[in-house]
Ligand binder design. Structure first.
Ligand code: HEM
Length: 125
């Protein structure tokens, strides 16, 4: 049975499960694997656990700026965000009880929307 509460363990399972899907994905795999070298993945995953822990559990573990690295990714558009969100939704639905899955997904959707706008604005679209 699924655990019922959002905790650090669930954050970790979601992050690892999600980036497993991402790295195996035809569309997003090459983008992520191109930006993050093999030996940097464990650092990236730890940072993403910090990010989600800070975002949903209000720990202060992530102190970074999430947006800027995304400006450096060439050719990121609508279809990439749609795919990212599809894989994220599939992950949280597999690993979390419905209210927790909804919490993760709502937050991801909101952040994805703000990134999309910022990237388009940055390009002068
Ligand atoms: C970092 C790709 C959407 C949160 C990164 C990195 C890549 C990436 C390649 C590593 C950059 C580097 O270290 O050089 C993408 C792509 C996306 C996407 C292709 C969608 C098309 C999102 C969304 C979120 C997010 C929706 C939040 C819900 C983050 C965070 C970092 C990150 C927190 C770490 C930033 C830091 O270094 O502090 N992303 N991302 N990303 N991404 Fe995304």
């Amino acid at each position: 049975p699924l655990p019922s509460m959002l905790d650090e363990r669930m954050v970790r399972d979601v992050v690892y499960g999600f980036y497993d899907k991402i790295r195996a994905d035809d569309m997003l795999g090459p983008i992520f694997n191109g930006a993050i070298a093999d030996e940097e993945w464990s650092h990236h995953l730890a940072k993403m656990c910090d990010f989600w822990s800070a975002t949903l559990l209000r720990t202060s573990r992530y102190q970074g700026r999430p947006l800027p690295p995304h400006f450096a990714l060439p050719g990121i558009g609508e279809e990439h965000f749609r795919r990212w969100l599809t894989l994220f939704k599939a992950t949280v639905q597999q690993l979390c009880p419905p209210p927790v899955a909804a919490l993760f997904f709502e937050r991801a959707l909101r952040i994805a929307h703000s990134f999309r706008l910022a990237i388009a604005f940055n390009r002068g679209e």
